[in-house]
Design a protein around this ligand. Structure first.
Ligand code: N01
Length: 538
């Protein structure tokens, strides 16, 4: 690899500065090292793992099966690692990611406990100056944001938030030493995936648990279990084929997706299909019929099935009715649980509906709703994330002519392929808005982006070029295409974090791109046409 562009100042120099040591950042570092480049990761946390480093709440585990939720870039790695359960727990995933960091000797190029505060493009030099919270500065030709899609926590600005006298936790920033809720009165705010996983476990410890629900979620049983050795052997015998087949699926994961319409089969057949998927468990429920995410009537059949399941599990009919969601299934991210609905049959668990009567305030004693105060020893905010853009916009990113990313994205994120945004040359985002990211198995999406970015950096460097930047027409066309695809589906039809609707004031823009295989094809075509839609400059 020829030398990259020359340094502009006497700052320490890198070819590539990487922000974040989650799955994206780690593989990026590994790939760049293989190209002989000088790359370094700056990571706010004290260890590797990104989302799996921070989200240590009780019950945290992945909702993609472990044989798929892992790297595939190294066959030795995927052959030697043994997952113990169908859905891996957070501690097991963290062990895996630490194993990867050690196996590929990545730690020596990672600065932990180092939050990047700004990244500023120097137009004259064609380089980025990256500054950390500690005031350390480096100059890098390229900057790769591997900051994660669900890493900036959302803590609603409830009146009196800081007045609470008890213990306060956020699921996305859980204490490393864990929390013992034994004998405590606990309030959980939120009923998304994090709450749905933690509520059944907190309920077993707490004296009293009260769940504050603004929108009821659909959740499918995980039916988690140990993985049968025969299943592991069968997958490992053809791991490459298994991965390749899954990458051809719409979400990049094996949902056993059917093309049949839910409206064109008999009622009995439809019921059998839903029942079979409910019994097998997991997100593959959404693969039951090809039109579930396109046709409201089709979707309503799935909604009706799940609501009947809830009514059959929750003994108190009034409570079952409150827990029954009314929105489109899958429009907000479908959840996967172990015993969530059944937890509400416990005498120590209560549900407070804050959909129509919102939380008024957090008080020194607890939570106030509709004039009534609920007293707690501990409050758990399972209130999610400022998804997809939050972590990027927390960094003061300045591109050409001092344009900030906040300014550029004031009306919502605009990117070309979710990889670059005009005005910010040589800056890449791994699984950025406008890419399939959160609507896929994150691991193959991350690997596809890392490999694309590494190839691109190599292309620029090996031709002695200085910068690569998306063009305005390419970006505009891509944004329009992302929206066009989303508007053909039911996704924009509810207040999801995909749309930024969970964060007050956030622009309402559908952020992920729907469809992994066509996306990969488009990225490959762009390269085949000499980085079509990008401007390369020397
Ligand atoms: O966050 P969420 P999460 N007053 O945004 C409620 C991934 N993940 O951390 O729906 C009252 O889903 C909010 O209510 P509403 C996965 O992709 C994966 O649970 O906005 N309530 C909602 O109920 C997931 O989708 C795994 O009306 C308020 C909850 O807080 C994503 O991360 C596990 C409120 C937030 O739910 C996020 O999940 C965990 C307010 N002011 C997470 N503000 C697995 O792999 C918000 N809420 C299994």
């Amino acid at each position: 690899m020829p030398a990259m562009s020359e340094q502009s100042s006497d700052l320490p120099t890198l070819d590539v500065a990487i922000v974040g040591a989650g799955f994206g950042g780690l593989y990026m570092l590994h790939k760049l090292r293989q190209l002989g480049l000088r790359a370094r990761i700056f990571e706010a946390g004290g260890g590797v793992g990104g989302t799996w480093y921070w989200n240590r709440y009780p019950g945290a585990r992945c909702d993609v099966v472990s044989m798929e939720y892992s790297y595939q870039f190294s066959d030795e790695l995927q052959q030697e690692w043994e997952w113990s359960e169908r859905y891996a727990t957070q501690p097991e995933i963290l062990r895996y990611v630490n194993h990867v960091a050690d196996r590929f000797d990545l730690r020596k190029d990672i600065e932990f406990n180092t939050r990047v505060s700004s990244a500023v493009f120097d137009e004259a030099a064609g380089r980025w100056t990256v500054t950390t919270g500690q005031g350390q500065r480096v100059s890098a030709q390229f900057c790769v944001m591997a900051t994660g899609c669900l890493s900036s926590t959302n803590l609603p600005d409830f009146p009196g938030l800081d007045s609470f006298r008890g213990e306060r936790y956020h699921t996305g920033q859980w204490p490393h030493e864990g929390v013992d809720f034994t004998g405590k009165r606990v309030g959980v705010i939120g009923t998304g995936s994090s709450a749905i996983q933690s509520v059944p476990i907190i309920a077993q410890q707490a004296a009293q648990l009260t769940v504050f629900q603004r929108t009821a979620s659909y959740t499918i049983p995980a039916h988690n279990s140990a993985i049968a050795p025969a299943e592991v052997q069968a997958i490992k015998a053809d791991y490459r084929g298994f991965r390749e087949r899954n990458k051809q699926q719409p979400f990049g994961v094996d949902f056993r997706s059917s093309k049949a319409s839910a409206l064109e089969v008999s009622v009995e057949e439809r019921e059998r299909e839903y029942e079979d998927r409910w019994q097998r468990g997991g997100l593959a429920f959404l693969g039951a019929f090809g039109d579930l995410l396109f046709n409201r009537e089709a979707n309503a059949t799935a909604a009706d099935f799940i609501r009947r399941k809830i009514a059959s599990i929750v003994r108190d009919p009034a409570l079952a009715a409150k827990l029954a969601p009314t929105q489109i299934v899958g429009c907000k991210r479908l959840c996967v649980d172990t015993g969530y609905y059944d937890t509400f049959n416990r005498p120590n668990v209560a549900l407070v509906d804050v959909g129509e009567t919102p939380i008024e305030a957090i008080t020194p004693a607890g939570v106030k709703v509709g004039g009534q105060e609920y007293a707690f020893d501990c409050l758990v905010f399972a209130t999610g994330f400022d998804a997809m853009t939050g972590a990027l916009l927390k960094i003061d990113v300045r591109g050409r002519a001092g344009l900030t990313l906040q300014q550029k994205w004031a009306e919502g994120p605009r990117t070309y392929l979710g990889l670059q945004t005009v005005g910010f040359p040589n800056l890449f985002t791994i699984t950025g808005p406008g890419s399939p990211s959160v609507l896929t198995n994150m691991l193959p999406s991350i690997e596809q982006h890392v490999e694309w970015i590494a190839d691109c950096i190599h292309y620029v460097g090996s031709r002695g070029l200085r910068t690569i930047e998306a063009t305005q027409p390419a970006e505009d066309a891509w944004v329009e295409h992302v929206n066009g695809v989303a508007n053909q589906t039911l996704y924009p039809g509810c207040n999801s974090w995909y749309l930024g609707a969970n964060v007050p004031g956030k622009p309402r823009v559908f952020m992920p791109y729907i469809g992994f295989p066509p996306y990969v094809q488009k990225c490959n075509e762009v390269v085949a046409k000499g980085y079509e839609g990008f401007r390369l400059a020397s």
